[in-house]
Ligand binder design. Structure first.
Ligand code: ADP
Ligand code: MG
Length: 341
């Protein structure tokens, strides 16, 4: 079967490491069109690296196919696929300079061309003037920029990044995530970026694919993923709050909703002391002041807790009245599944 699709096409890919073990990758199909950046987001052990490694050719799939521009690359060895790879620890060559690392794969070029290309890559990753530095004399963030430049040096048709920022601290990670997007966009490089950090996935990608137990459970643009998570697993991964069925929503908050909805941040408002007749009377479990407003953790009738905004501080044990802002609820199910409801 020859597919007409351009770019990367993963078809029904399954990876099983040991006979009888659960699949690490379970019948995943995924297309990445040229120039697109797709992030694979999932908890540890969900199969992200296994999928990426199978695409790269480092792991042999049990079934399914990996195609580029429609051609099956299953029999093509790693170094002939034209794919660039980069991992959490960029694994720079310690005895080479920054320029020596970046130019490593450019041995075939004449000296002057090679120097010009390295200079171009240094500029791309924001490290002009760092070429002669030893890699022991640069920071962790700079090292990952060098590793990225090295991966881009050979102009890969597909760039595969496995948790490239996970060894960096949070603030640096979010800045570098935006930089990675800018750098791969500037070069038009088709990219698959694996991460367990939703902020990183949202900052980097055109589309985010959510992995759960080896399966790709949802693939959507960041805003669509956030507003319409496919199931309770995605809601939990995104930290969007407890999921309520329509009966609970009606009984506790008097709000009519079709299907399930998550009590996402901003969807509950608490007023106290408990009085009035609308909304749910609930116990305060915790209260904290953050970013200019008070956030309460309140107990739901089934024992779970949810976040509620409040205009005053409360103490654990206080009773408050909690109401729902329906606009801020997150409905479960992909946008298309909402048609006709
Ligand atoms: P992630 O990158 O999302 O953390 P992995 O792809 O590393 O997930 O792992 C998926 C599953 O496959 C896990 O259960 C893991 O223990 C298992 N696994 C990963 N690599 C191997 C391996 N080389 N041999 C056997 N099992 C593996
Ligand atoms: Mg991994």
């Amino acid at each position: 079967m020859v597919s007409e699709s351009r770019g990367l096409s993963v078809e029904n890919l399954t990876v099983i490491y040991e006979p009888g073990a659960a699949p690490a990758v379970d019948a995943v199909s995924l297309d990445v069109v040229p120039g697109q950046i797709v992030a694979l987001l999932g908890a540890s052990g969900s199969g992200k690296s296994s999928l990426l490694r199978a695409v790269a050719g480092l792991v042999r799939p049990s079934s399914g196919a990996v195609r580029w521009d429609g051609a099956d690359v299953g029999g093509v060895p790693v170094h002939r696929r034209g794919f660039g790879l980069m991992f959490q620890d960029g694994q720079l060559f310690p005895h080479r300079s920054v320029a020596g690392n970046i130019g490593y794969a450019l041995n075939h070029l004449p000296r002057a061309r090679r120097r010009a290309r390295v200079a171009e890559l240094l500029e791309l990753v924001g490290l002009e003037g760092y070429g002669e530095r030893a890699v022991s004399q640069i920071s962790g963030g700079q090292a990952q920029r060098v590793a990225l430049a090295r991966s881009l040096a050979a102009e890969p048709r597909l760039l595969l990044l496995d948790e490239p920022l996970s060894s960096l601290d949070k603030a640096l990670r979010s800045r570098l995530a935006s930089d990675i997007r800018a750098m791969v966009t500037a070069t038009g490089t088709t990219t698959v970026h694996v991460t367990h950090d939703q902020d990183e996935a949202f900052a980097v990608a055109d589309l985010v694919g959510v992995m759960e137990d080896g399966r790709l459970v949802q693939l959507d643009a960041p805003a669509a993923l956030w507003s319409h998570p496919a199931d309770a697993g995605v809601v939990e991964l995104l930290g969007q709050g407890p999921v309520l069925g329509s009966e609970q929503m009606e009984a506790w908050f008097g709000v009519t909703a079709s299907g399930e909805a998550a009590l996402a941040p901003g969807s509950l408002v608490a007023e106290g002391p408990a009085s009035g007749s609308t909304g749910l009377e609930a116990e305060v479990v915790a209260s904290r002041f953050a970013r200019g407003s008070t956030e309460l953790e309140v107990r739901l009738p089934d024992g779970r807790t949810a976040e509620a905004g409040a205009d005053m501080e409360h103490r654990p044990g206080d009773r408050v009245r909690v109401s729902v802002r329906p606009d801020a609820l997150v409905r479960l199910g992909t946008p298309s599944s909402h048609h006709g409801q």
